[in-house]
Design a protein around this ligand. Structure first.
Ligand SMILES: Cc1cc2nc3c(=O)[nH]c(=O)nc-3n(C[C@H](O)[C@H](O)[C@H](O)COP(=O)(O)OP(=O)(O)OC[C@H]3O[C@@H](n4cnc5c(N)ncnc54)[C@H](O)[C@@H]3O)c2cc1C
Length: 511
């Protein structure tokens, strides 16, 4: 996979993940420039846990995972939470749970209303459509013939089918397609998989153009610093097999290293809160206070767990197959909760220690998709040590919504479709008082692995990039990945990140 670095390119893209693969492909198509992609990881082809949808959890903590952690707080019972990030071409899009959902119209209209001009739902819709090859074909909302094949899971597992049946009998509308502009209800999930094999921006966007005469992909190459001279970013320093190298960019450098590593690179290059940089021994180049701030993450509860009455069939699809979007409070304008029924006992280590987990078990796992809590990340020194603090559950509103989510999960479990599968509930325990459920939520909350917002787009003082994704105060440098989301989408973050990269390429091509 590694090609040799010519030392210069018109566009240097840092990070070959969900966004980076889109960017490389679209820059080739939309411009006449040369493109060089630097990726710290390697080629995912041949890694079974990447290609087989039902094995995705085995990617967590594997050799192709960066293995970050979220620092502990009392809000999550003092626990250090593992933060998985794919370190491989396709990035976290090669290792994730394959859920392909866009979120709610209000997410994007909210971005635009807060100053991100051009990112309202109507404006981003064409980029979502461009990206996908939806099994039902093209419509006003959906795209066909795009690089990433999207399908509903086939042969629903009994646990997945029960979520739909239980949701409908509970009162949720049936959603045949969860990617409508205002999803609220229960139905089959959309996954980036086809014929039992993962699809991704790696398989759909980048892999087909390997060998293009204007493309160089350098794997095993970890960017360490941006070269910034006279207010302009002119290149990137990186390490390849331990050897230092520099590539210069004739037109632009585009950061697509994800919501942890893009801000990290800016900080290491002296772009960030000047006071923080001085404190950790990095000379400030530009005082940009928002870098690393505004970190947002979805908590998922692992989980409301049940011993199954009869032996469950082996897990299939993405271990989920179906999903529900629902409100913790009926007065909310937008659903703030997502429920999945996971075909294995996906529980936090602390829940497992407290409530022994039977082998033949499954969970209903609620996730909070509209979060009030905000975190941050910063360097611990000039060599790149990181402190990442999402402040998960710091805001009472988040705890309250998750307590409601457990109550809704228990109501779903009481519906006939689940009742016939369940022998007994194993977690939470008998005590379902509010105090007991708050305690359970703090022990069960795990990251959904959806960090965003650390290089937020906008026009306010805390914004890192402007609505054209240009780093404010540095020429020749943009960020185009999950880190630019001003607020987290009310659903999983992969499809929105691919959309961001599709739009970024259009903006770059427009000059
Ligand atoms: C286990 C897991 C499950 C998830 N499940 C889902 C899901 O089901 N649905 C969903 O929508 N979202 C899911 N997500 C989140 C989703 O995958 C991410 O939001 C999305 O991939 C973010 O895209 P990105 O391009 O910003 O970052 P990434 O895809 O993480 O890409 C960043 C890339 O940059 C590379 N990189 C980082 N630093 C450097 C450096 N210094 N030099 C060179 N390269 C570098 C990385 O190796 C990586 O390839 C999950 C994530 C994980 C980890």
């Amino acid at each position: 996979m590694t090609s040799s670095d010519p030392g210069t390119a018109d566009y240097v893209v840092v990070g070959g993940g969900t966004a980076g693969c889109v960017l490389a492909r679209r820059l080739l198509e939309r411009t006449d420039g040369t493109v060089l992609l630097l990726e710290a990881g390697g080629d995912p082809d041949g890694i079974d846990t990447v290609s087989a949808p039902h094995r995705w959890v085995e990617n967590i903590g594997a050799a192709h995972d960066w293995g970050y952690t979220y620092a502990p707080t009392g809000h999550v019972a003092g626990r250090t939470l593992f933060l998985s990030r794919g370190k491989v071409l396709g990035g976290s899009g090669s290792t994730n749970a394959l859920v392909w959902v866009r979120g709610h119209r209000a997410d994007y209209d909210g971005w635009a209303a807060a100053g991100a001009r051009g990112w309202d739902h109507a404006s981003v819709l064409p980029h979502f459509r461009d990206c996908e090859d939806w099994e039902d074909g093209a419509s006003e909302q959906r795209g066909a013939g795009g690089p990433v094949r999207i399908e509903r899971p086939r042969d629903l597992h009994p646990v997945a089918a029960a979520l739909v049946e239980a949701g409908v009998s509970y009162g949720m509308p049936y959603l045949d397609d969860v990617n409508v502009p205002e999803p609220c209800g229960v139905g089959p999930i959309n996954t980036d998989a086809s014929g039992g094999v993962r699809t991704s921006t790696w398989t759909g966007h980048l892999r087909p153009v390997l060998g293009h005469e204007r493309l160089t992909v350098v794997t095993g190459a970890r960017a360490t610093r941006l070269v910034i001279t006279g207010g302009r970013c002119t290149g990137v320093e990186y390490l390849r097999d331990g050897a230092p190298a520099t590539v210069s960019a004739g037109r632009e450098v585009v950061l697509a290293a994800g919501a942890i590593d893009s801000p990290k690179l800016l900080l290491l290059s002296g772009v960030g809160p000047a006071e923080h940089l001085r404190a950790v021994g990095v000379d400030p180049v530009l005082d940009l206070p928002g870098v690393g701030r505004n970190l947002q993450e979805h908590p998922i509860l692992g989980g409301v767990c049940f011993a199954a009455r009869e032996a469950l069939p082996p897990p299939n699809n993405n271990l989920e197959g179906t999903t529900a979007f629902w409100r913790s409070d009926p007065s909310l304008a937008v659903p703030d909760l997502q429920f999945v029924a996971v075909q294995i006992p996906y529980v936090s280590p602390e829940v497992a220690a407290r409530f022994p987990v039977p082998e033949n078990a499954f969970v209903i796992a609620p996730g909070l998709m509209t979060v009030a809590s905000r975190g941050f990340l910063g360097l611990t020194g000039p060599d790149g040590g990181l402190h990442v603090q999402p402040n998960m559950l710091a805001e009472q509103a988040d705890v309250d919504a998750l307590v409601s989510s457990v109550e809704i999960a228990l109501d779903l479990a009481a519906q006939p479709a689940f009742a016939k599968l369940v022998e007994r509930r194993t977690a939470p325990g008998e005590d379902t008082s509010r105090a007991a459920l708050v305690d359970f939520v703090r022990q069960a909350a795990m990251p959904y692995f959806h960090p965003v917002g650390t290089c937020a787009m906008g026009v306010h003082d805390g914004a890192v990039v402007d609505p054209d994704l240009r780093v404010r105060g540095v020429d020749g440098l943009r960020v185009a990945d999950a880190s630019v989301m001003p607020t987290i989408t009310s659903a999983n973050t992969n499809a929105p990140t691919a959309m961001i990269a599709e739009r970024a390429a259009a903006l770059i091509a427009a000059g």
